[in-house]
Write a protein that binds this ligand. Structure first.
Ligand code: HXC
Length: 510
């Protein structure tokens, strides 16, 4: 008996070595953790249960039969994060560059299916070069099996991808179908094909960072939702994110202890909106002052900064915040902001996370660049996302809500449950100057008349009361009472039951 026990220990130790000490050292020298170290750092201590430690590839081409390594380049299993079950897989770059064989794919598929069956999130740590070249179509087929399961799990369980090394091919396409992608600065890259192939095909010389570093994907392409300075920080932030998310679309919202009163007024908010309507202020301040303990997990903080999206909690329960940001482009809605917010709204709606929307928007951004870039379709995405969402929707107009953007930003007409406005709200088709120049064009050369028209327009329209008279705004509230009012509204809406008509799926403008 002792011998078989020792044999198990020997086999386990061999599997834990991965691609060998030399490659592990190389991994550490680049500032990266190994696959197992990542899982250990991510999960609660001693909760990791591994699957398929002894799986090996079955390839015999190109001498592959001589290089079989237990685990075959991916570590899989489950554990807990602050006591809640999560499924994990971590690509092991020390084994064939983390590349995917048929057997490796089967391991990932097993975890995906376990996660779906047990309604728990799945988190992938990526550090891998895509399909294992020596396996050809068997590897390609393996990826397609994974993609298929990504799609079936979408909207049922949260799927999160963390890019922690150079990733190509299937190791960027599978993440692209998950809910969130995070990267590690300076050590992680995402591209369909790497710099060498780019050079061969297009004769373009480009570094890995220029082609697919965190600076590209968090700022330009918007493929990544955030980036961190090193592996440990990324893993700790992923634990924080998991704490905000329900385990599935049928799971309850997580509830954590709330240490901040929800009845206390915050009088500093009475001074947040400047007297001059053209002066910016930071909408994040309002979000922070609404969230419990100012704990806000921002999504896509470096992309389309004219809109802010992210998770916070009110009375210990998760809320998705969407807010125009007057500090950037006056908070205007453009294509990027619309796409960013639409995807976030849809995530919240999938997972029953109530949405709080703060509105200060001068309209959609005019111009050829936007129109040629498909503003109509991108703006429609946000409109569509808000209109189809059945989760509790609370909207607060702090200042401008002009034109189509008024409609889009979770207005009453899109089934907003509670629509508040501050006294500083201005709800109209457009600002006074533009409006007067159009409707009183004949008086354009008479400054006195224009001033008079402008004053009348401002008095009549640039307030919340025209909308409140019609019930489009449920109540005009004091800024200092925002957190208490939102907390009460969220409590009232906990049992909201609203269903859209049956359909196979909708046809959101893509
Ligand atoms: C087999 C691979 C591999 C792969 C890397 N390796 N990628 N082995 N198949 N796809 C091996 C290397 O041979 C090397 O082995 C080790 O992993 C480390 O690789 P390096 O190149 O030394 O590392 P680095 O310089 O950091 O470059 C990493 C890389 C590069 C950028 C990922 O290796 C690369 O470009 N690989 C190929 C990427 C690719 O084109 N994959 C196919 C995509 S197609 P040793 O023994 O030296 O340690 C695909 C289809 C899916 O995925 C379908 C999508 C829709």
């Amino acid at each position: 008996m002792k011998e078989v026990l020792l044999e198990l220990e020997r086999r386990r130790a061999a599997a834990r070595e991965g691609g060998g000490q030399r490659r592990v050292d190389a991994q550490h020298a680049k500032g990266k953790l190994t696959a197992r170290e990542r899982i250990e750092a991510f999960l609660d201590e001693d909760t990791f249960e591994e699957f398929d430690m002894f799986v090996e590839h079955r390839s015999t081409d190109f001498g592959m039969e001589k290089t079989r390594i237990s685990g075959d380049g991916v570590v899989t299993g489950w554990g807990t994060v602050n006591g809640r079950t999560v499924f994990v897989f971590a690509k092991d770059f020390t084994v064939f560059g983390g590349s995917l064989s048929e057997a490796h794919a089967e391991k990932v598929v097993k975890v995906q299916e376990m996660a779906l069956k047990n309604r728990a999130p799945v988190i992938g740590f990526y550090d891998a070069g895509g399909a294992r070249i020596q396996e050809g179509v068997a590897a390609l087929g393996g990826y397609a099996e994974i993609f298929q399961r990504n799609v079936l799990a979408s909207g049922v369980i949260p799927q999160i991808s963390v890019i922690m090394g150079p990733c190509a091919g299937g190791d960027v396409y599978s993440p692209a179908m998950t809910d969130f992608i995070f990267m590690v600065r300076d050590t992680s890259y995402m591209f369909v094909t790497g710099p060498d192939v780019v050079k061969t095909v297009t004769n373009e010389t480009v570094t890995a960072e220029e082609l697919g570093g965190a600076s590209v994907h968090t700022v330009k392409s918007s493929i990544a939702d955030g980036a961190y300075d090193n592996d440990v920080e990324a893993l700790l932030q992923m634990r924080r994110l998991i704490d905000f998310l329900p385990t599935s679309n049928t799971g309850d919202l997580p509830e954590v202890e709330c240490f901040q009163s929800v009845s206390e007024p915050d009088h500093s908010l009475d001074r947040l909106v400047p007297d001059n309507a053209n002066k910016p202020y930071d909408i994040r301040e309002l979000i922070m002052k609404t969230c419990d303990e100012a704990d806000f997990f921002e999504i896509q903080a470096s992309f389309a900064k004219n809109i802010v999206t992210g998770f916070g909690r009110v009375e210990g329960r998760t809320v998705g915040f969407v807010a125009n940001q007057p500090m950037v482009l006056a908070g205007v809605l453009d294509s990027d902001a619309s796409r960013k917010a639409a995807r976030f709204v849809r995530f919240c709606d999938c997972f029953n996370i109530p949405i709080v929307t703060y509105v200060d928007v001068p309209g959609f951004l005019p111009g050829t660049a936007q129109e040629y870039g498909g503003l109509i379709k991108h703006g429609a995405k946000l409109l569509f996302a808000y209109a189809e969402a059945t989760v509790p929707k609370i909207t607060l107009i702090t200042r401008k809500a002009f034109g189509g953007a008024y409609d889009v930003m979770a207005s009453k007409h899109l089934r907003g449950d509670i629509n508040y406005a501050w006294p500083s709200a201005q709800i109209a088709v457009m600002g006074a100057k533009g409006a007067v120049e159009i409707i009183f064009r004949k008086d354009i050369d008479d400054p006195d008349k224009i001033a008079d028209h402008t004053k009348r327009y401002e008095d009549r329209f640039l307030s919340p009361f025209v909308a409140a008279e019609r019930g489009y705004v449920d109540e005009v509230i004091m800024p200092h009472s925002t957190r208490p009012r939102i907390a009460r509204a969220l409590r009232m809406l906990r049992n909201k039951d609203l269903q859209n008509p049956w359909k196979k799926h909708d046809n959101i403008p893509l």
